[in-house]
Design a protein around this ligand. Structure first.
Ligand code: FRU
Length: 308
């Protein structure tokens, strides 16, 4: 079992504030944290914890394909040391002319639990050509390729290459960014699709179920569609059998929203674990319940540690 995740890697600078600041306001943060972020790296960080005790998932079967600054830059070294050896970064693309990573500046508001992200990067994105060279070197046994839906044309080209080169592998895609044109085209090519609430709402859907039922008519190849909906939990739909599963938001007795950064990435890790870890042989509701609970636990703590 091997999972390759393809997406951007960020360094997150997180300010926790008592409330979200108004424009032109001055506000003192209670903490400042700097940590590696990015949807796919976050997902792999969680997935490596979940899989560390599964014998068929022995290292280094989790791989990240991301664009990073120069190989010897401080940022690249920190990113590698934070993920390796359980996640292999040897297929990352280093832009030697750059020393700064992609950066996110995040306001984590304690009063609402919202995380407002402003990001910036100068690193040129991966091209289809670069990806196909990488794919040529990947293990032919790769079980699943997970793509963060970024530049739709590039991601589409990469998926098409994977379909030719790895006809038995599954392809999953995250459709997260609201209003980014072309992401729906990626969903049409994938086996598994993860929709975010933000994308679904922006596309006019008022619930996870509505999003999944309506999108399933357009995603002919997909065997599984998922959609998270914040306080309303998450849904998953298998178009082949017509099975819809729903789970309410996770809540424990002393549950408190602490840090929602990467909650969606954690949910995806839980689902990918359920999908690829055949040893578990879970049905749809069990996979969904597991992923939802994992994301809920993540929200109640800072960062991603101790989620196994
Ligand atoms: C959370 C996250 C952050 C990163 C940002 C990128 O989902 O991956 O870690 O800075 O989103 O969009």
């Amino acid at each position: 079992m091997a999972v390759v995740a393809i997406g951007a890697c960020y360094v997150d600078t997180i300010l926790t504030t008592p409330h979200y600041p108004g424009e032109d306001e001055k506000l003192r943060a209670s903490t400042l944290t700097r940590q590696r972020g990015g949807n796919c790296p976050n997902t792999l960080e969680v997935l490596q914890q979940l899989t560390q005790h599964v014998p068929s998932y022995q290292e280094p079967l989790l791989k990240l394909v991301a664009v990073l600054p120069a190989k010897s830059s401080v940022a690249s070294e920190q990113i590698r040391s934070g993920l390796e050896p359980r996640v292999r970064l040897s297929h990352c693309i280093y832009r030697e002319q750059f020393s700064e990573p992609a950066s996110s500046y995040i306001i984590n508001s304690q009063s609402t639990g919202s995380r407002t992200i402003v990001n910036y990067h100068e690193l040129p994105d991966m091209t289809v050509d670069e990806f196909s060279h990488i794919a040529d070197e990947l293990d032919p046994q790769t079980t699943l390729f997970h793509f963060e839906g970024r530049d739709p044309d590039v991601t589409l080209g990469c998926i098409q290459y994977i379909r030719k080169k790895f006809p038995h592998a599954q392809v999953s895609v995250e459709v997260e960014k609201p209003g980014r044109p072309g992401l729906e085209k990626l969903a049409e090519e994938a086996d598994v699709v993860f929709y975010s609430k933000g994308w679904a709402q922006h596309s006019g859907y008022t619930s996870a179920e509505e999003c999944l039922r309506k999108r399933s008519k357009l995603t002919r190849k997909a065997t599984l569609l998922c959609c998270t909906w914040g306080q309303d939990g998450a849904d998953a739909f298998e178009p082949g059998t017509g099975t819809l599963a729903h789970v309410g938001a996770y809540s424990a007795e002393d549950f408190r929203v602490v840090d929602t950064i990467g909650a969606g990435d954690t949910f995806i890790a839980g689902m990918l674990y359920g999908i690829t870890c055949k040893a578990r042989d879970w049905d749809l509701s069990t996979k969904l319940g597991f992923a939802n609970r994992l994301a809920g636990i993540k929200v109640s703590q800072e960062g991603f540690s101790g989620l196994d």
